[in-house]
Design a protein around this ligand. Structure first.
Ligand SMILES: Cc1cc2nc3c(=O)[nH]c(=O)nc-3n(C[C@H](O)[C@H](O)[C@H](O)COP(=O)(O)OP(=O)(O)OC[C@H]3O[C@@H](n4cnc5c(N)ncnc54)[C@H](O)[C@@H]3O)c2cc1C
Length: 267
């Protein structure tokens, strides 16, 4: 996201304003861990960081956000001294909590929940003691063979594989058949950073730059439903790539003394 914001500021919006130069925007990426993209191997994190820096993003690792207000954020780098960063725009991307439905299911069935609100399901994705209730996706963690609950990555492939698995279990039950426990097949990790910049970790194959970015494009097109959709998206992406254009526009408004909104500039 930081890379995309940098491209919007330096590229897409650069001619859209008379009074300000969006290229002057300072983009800070604050990360509590010691590197960005911690789900990738350290070598790819380092390449991603270099790509972000080339786009003009300042990467601040090892800092925890301890406060956010209307004028900026307060960071803690572990030294005990708070560091203040002024900013009018803060994007929080440090994870999500599970749907409140997970908590409710946990309350009703006594299933364990973790601090992110995920409910623990059995190895066949059903709630403990309730084989008739499946729960899956971002709202669950799955009990492993050793009884320890495993948190799978909060990404769409996990939810899709679990959805298919639940359907298989229902079908098998109708035929009085057994189904082996759910197993997540990790097909790899892809992250796009900006134009021609991405990182990919596909079963040990580590890619970065143009080749990773092309892989990202092909994989995303491949997983779209329907040939027509794939062609339409490909045309739209090619057009945006060639023209450097996107549907990004800002409409800024000031709230006047009376409380009525007064447009300042728009496009
Ligand atoms: C900003 C953002 C970007 C992401 N980008 C990526 C990405 O690039 N690649 C990737 O793989 N993953 C990405 N993810 C993660 C991915 O979206 C999730 O992992 C995936 O959608 C999980 O699927 P799910 O079915 O568990 O939940 P969801 O897709 O969230 O679906 C749950 C649905 O249940 C509905 N619901 C909730 N409570 C109730 C209720 N009580 N009754 C009825 N309906 C209810 C919700 O409204 C929602 O529609 C992203 C997530 C976010 C937030």
């Amino acid at each position: 996201m930081a890379g995309q914001i940098a491209e919007l500021a330096r590229d897409t919006l650069r001619r859209d304003f008379r009074a300000i130069d969006p290229r002057m925007a300072r983009i800070l990426l604050v990360e509590a861990a010691d590197r960005v993209l911690t789900s990738f191997p350290p070598s790819l994190s380092a390449r991603a960081e270099r790509s972000l820096q080339r786009l003009g993003v300042t990467v601040l690792t090892g800092r925890t956000v301890v406060g956010v207000d209307g004028n900026g954020v307060t960071l803690d780098d572990g030294s005990g001294e708070a560091e203040r960063m002024s900013s009018r725009t803060v994007v929080w991307a440090a994870g999500v909590t599970a749907s409140s439905l997970a908590s409710r299911l946990g309350e009703l069935t006594g299933a364990e929940r973790d601090s992110a609100g995920r409910v623990t399901v059995e190895r066949d994705l059903t709630l403990p003691g309730h084989p008739e209730v499946f729960a899956l996706g971002d709202m669950v963690r799955v009990r492993g063979a050793d009884g320890v609950s495993v948190v799978l990555p909060g990404v769409a492939p996990v939810a899709m594989q679990q959805g298919r698995y639940a359907a298989k279990v229902v079908r098998a039950r109708l035929r009085d058949r057994e189904t082996p426990p759910f197993r997540y097949r990790d097909k790899g990790n892809l992250a796009t950073i900006g134009r021609l910049a991405a990182v990919a970790d596909i079963k040990g194959l580590r890619l970065s730059g143009l080749i990773a970015w092309t892989t990202w494009l092909v994989v995303h097109l491949w997983y779209l439903i329907g040939f027509q959709n794939r062609i339409l998206v490909l045309i739209r992406w090619s057009f945006s790539f060639a023209t450097h254009g996107r549907g990004a526009r800002l409409i800024t408004e000031a709230v006047a003394e009376t409380g009525a909104r007064q447009p300042q500039s728009s496009r």
